[in-house]
Design a protein around this ligand. Structure first.
Ligand SMILES: NC(=O)c1ccc[n+]([C@@H]2O[C@H](COP(=O)([O-])OP(=O)(O)OC[C@H]3O[C@@H](n4cnc5c(N)ncnc54)[C@H](O)[C@@H]3O)[C@@H](O)[C@H]2O)c1
Length: 248
């Protein structure tokens, strides 16, 4: 799994290890594999080392590493949240295909649906053009770049539903709302983003604990849920339902 050193990823790692599973964590620090998913070399290192450490066979994969909307330069957000995430998933598909009842989960965000759309960035991302996407990202604001990186990544997952099913691997996404992690705390400290995050209406009236997102990830990885594929599970205290009740 990626992003295992902090926040949601740390909670996922703890949950999986508690249930007796062996986890190969990828992160910038405090992980089995130290690799930077913002670069082509880092992505290759993450995929190759994870494959080696897992003996060429994975039963599950969680793509959790991500950067928040406060991170500059904004191109870094698309490099990690879109290109890094997909390279990690695609690169490990062969190892997953060797696993037992394999499943993968990527962490999206309800920002994918609640941020105003920038179609240009979404289209350039889905075309797979990293450098042009970075140029477009540099002309936008952090909230838009973050939301569109997650929207495009989630669409890219849904577009893989046939290929991954053919490989025998389930692929789903979790779309969290605000979760109490270092990423959210840094966003809250930003003068522009902080008030936007605070203004998001959450029917349940609170933020999630990382363990609550890990629970949803555990559900999607669990072989018992063997027909759940190509889905996006909102774990956002009801915000998406409140704001877009009829977009379904
Ligand atoms: N916290 C929230 O409110 C929230 C809401 C919706 C979605 N998310 C998503 O959940 C995921 C986890 O976020 P979090 O809140 O736990 O954040 P976090 O900052 O606590 O953890 C993110 C982890 O990703 C790692 N990471 C960042 N860049 C990397 C890179 N280039 N290569 C490898 N690892 C890298 C970090 O080192 C860190 O350990 C992210 O994809 C984020 O976008 C978070």
């Amino acid at each position: 799994m990626s992003g295992s050193a902090s926040g949601i990823g740390e909670a996922v790692r703890q949950r999986l290890e508690k249930s007796g599973l062996r986890v190969v964590g990828v992160d910038l620090h405090d992980a089995d594999v130290i690799a930077d998913l913002s670069t082509a070399e880092g992505r290759q290192l993450a995929v190759e080392t994870t494959t080696d450490l897992a003996g060429g066979r994975l039963d599950g994969l969680v793509a959790c590493a991500g950067l928040g909307p406060h991170v500059t330069p904004f191109e870094k957000i698309v490099r990690v949240n879109y290109f890094g995430c997909l390279a990690y998933l695609d690169g490990l598909l062969p190892a997953l295909a060797q696993g037992e009842a394999p499943a993968a989960v990527a962490i999206s965000s309800n920002g994918a649906t609640l941020t105003p759309k920038n179609q240009t960035l979404v289209e350039v991302l889905l075309a797979g053009d990293e450098e042009p996407a970075c140029t477009v990202a540099a002309s936008l604001d952090g909230a838009t770049v973050y939301g569109m990186s997650k929207l495009a990544m989630t669409r890219a997952l849904r577009r893989r539903s046939q290929v991954w099913a053919d490989a025998g691997v389930r692929l789903n996404a979790v779309a969290p709302g605000p979760v109490d992690t270092p990423l959210l705390r840094d966003s809250l400290e930003d003068k522009i983003l902080g008030p936007l995050v605070e203004a998001l209406p959450v029917p349940m009236g609170r933020r999630a604990a990382p363990a609550e997102i890990a629970g949803a990830v555990g559900f999607l990885l669990d072989p018992v849920n063997s027909f759940v594929h190509g889905s996006v599970l909102f774990v956002d205290g009801g915000s998406d339902a409140l704001i877009r009740p009829d977009i379904f």
